[in-house]
Ligand binder design. Structure first.
Ligand code: AMP
Length: 420
């Protein structure tokens, strides 16, 4: 029988890598908490309709990339391809309007998209996400962008480019859409097949097509900045001013439209110069009409999502530190069978004292036990002689220094040597 493997496009994150994820998550949590955000846990699956209406029927995500299934009672459910729509759904359903506004939330977890897998692009991937709901102030856009940049700064990431744009609002976008169609119409036959089908349904998406011919054609497309209404251009100017004030360097990219329909006004991305084709580490912006599109009242919102796999890839590429690789405080070694019971007692005494400790249960040779101990700060060695005298031989693995201490005092000695 063939061995069962994981589905295409998903990965196992093994211990050699998971500690790096934990570091990134820990930094993210600390910064988000420090910016006054609170954690929210949201479901992994939702009613399919939430994403169809929230993200937009004509987006790639909804048209081609969702993992949709019927549950046993015939309801159509979808594994979340992103978490903004769920956050807004939760805000409405849980009546978060009754809390002090704006509501500032962060979350982290897996998302699912049926995309063509490649380096930095998976079918299950993790996002770090923040959302601010209930404020239309441009200073909130600045706060969200700055939070992402502070995270990358704290992680030691460099060679990043922050691109920003405004995608307008329902008042000014129709005019831009028409101006874009008028410009593209004579070139319709030259566009790629997807862009030809986008022309009627969602022409803005043609601006971020990666096909070289489409790219060359859109080079001379009308500038969205020229079509913005007073409110959108005022908002954009205020966001730029706020970012300048904080010293965050951004470039305007008039082709930045983002893949999801719900964006209004600010759209931004952070690109890594060390990632190759899938170079976006972060994408976000404002989505003032999302709540209405899923049947709620008007509710302004702004947020970002950043892919943890791409953050870790960039950090590895750039030789960034992930903090200290986890190591045991102590590894208990029984020299022979006579010391096994005492070794077991010592192991649990150390663990009860809050130290991380482990030992061998297989009766392996000393050499093998010492090999395991080399990953720990201390080896606690027990032989018949030590057991008879109620002492432990304590070996500091880094220096090789060995000392003897009382069996009952071992935890305290280790702790004091570790400076805890
Ligand atoms: P998006 O929701 O498409 O704006 O994506 C936000 C961020 O999530 C991107 O900037 C990436 O860092 C990450 N991301 C999106 N799709 C994938 C994927 N298929 N695999 C890995 N990371 C992804």
């Amino acid at each position: 029988m063939a061995e069962i493997t994981a589905p295409r496009g998903v990965r196992d994150v093994l211990p050699d890598e998971s500690w790096k994820w934990a570091y990134v998550l820990g930094q993210f949590r600390q910064i988000a908490d420090g910016f006054g955000f609170s954690e929210i846990h949201l479901p992994i699956f939702e009613h399919t309709e939430l994403f169809c209406r929230g993200i937009g029927d004509t987006t790639d995500v909804v048209e081609k990339e969702m993992y949709t299934f019927e549950d046993r009672s015939g309801r159509s459910l979808t594994l979340r391809p992103e978490v903004t729509a769920s956050t807004v759904r939760s805000y409405l359903e849980q009546n978060m309007a009754s809390r002090p506004q704006p509501v500032k939330l962060w979350t982290a977890g897996p998302m699912f998209r049926y995309e063509r897998p490649q380096k930095g692009r998976y079918r299950q991937f993790w996002q770090l996400d923040v959302e601010v709901l209930g404020s239309d102030s441009p200073l909130v856009d600045v706060e969200v962008i700055e939070l992402s940049l502070e995270l990358y700064r704290r992680l030691g990431m460099t060679n990043l480019e922050v691109v920003i744009n405004s995608v307008g609002c329902p008042a000014c976008r129709p005019a831009y859409r028409e101006a874009l169609r008028a410009y593209l119409r004579p070139h319709l036959g030259e566009l790629c097949e997807s862009c030809r089908s986008r022309f009627d349904r969602n022409p803005l998406r043609i601006l971020d097509c990666k096909n070289p011919t489409c790219k060359a054609i859109t080079e001379g497309a009308p500038d969205v900045m020229d079509s913005l209404c007073d409110e959108c251009s005022g908002h954009f100017a205020a966001v730029r001013k706020g970012l300048d004030l904080l010293g965050a360097r951004t470039h305007i990219d008039k082709r930045l439209v983002r893949g999801l329909d719900y964006y209004t006004k600010t759209a931004y991305e952070v690109l890594s110069g060390d990632l190759g084709a899938q170079n976006a580490v972060c994408g976000g912006g404002r989505y003032d009409n999302l709540a209405e599109s899923i049947g709620g009242p008007h509710l302004p919102g702004v947020g970002f999502a950043s892919g943890i796999e791409r953050i870790v890839l960039t950090m590895e590429q750039q030789g960034c530190s992930f903090g200290r690789e986890p190591a045991l405080d102590a590894y208990v070694i029984a020299v022979d069978e006579t010391a096994r019971d005492e070794a077991l007692k010592l192991l649990y005494a150390l663990r009860r004292e809050g130290l991380s400790a482990d030992m061998d249960y297989q009766g392996r040779a000393m050499k093998a036990q010492f090999k395991s101990a080399s990953q720990a700060a201390f080896a606690c060695i027990l032989g018949g002689d030590e057991v008879a005298r109620s002492v432990v031989a304590l070996k500091e693995m880094a220096s090789g220094n060995q000392e003897e201490c009382a069996f009952d005092g071992a935890a305290q000695v280790i702790r004091s040597r570790l400076g805890r």
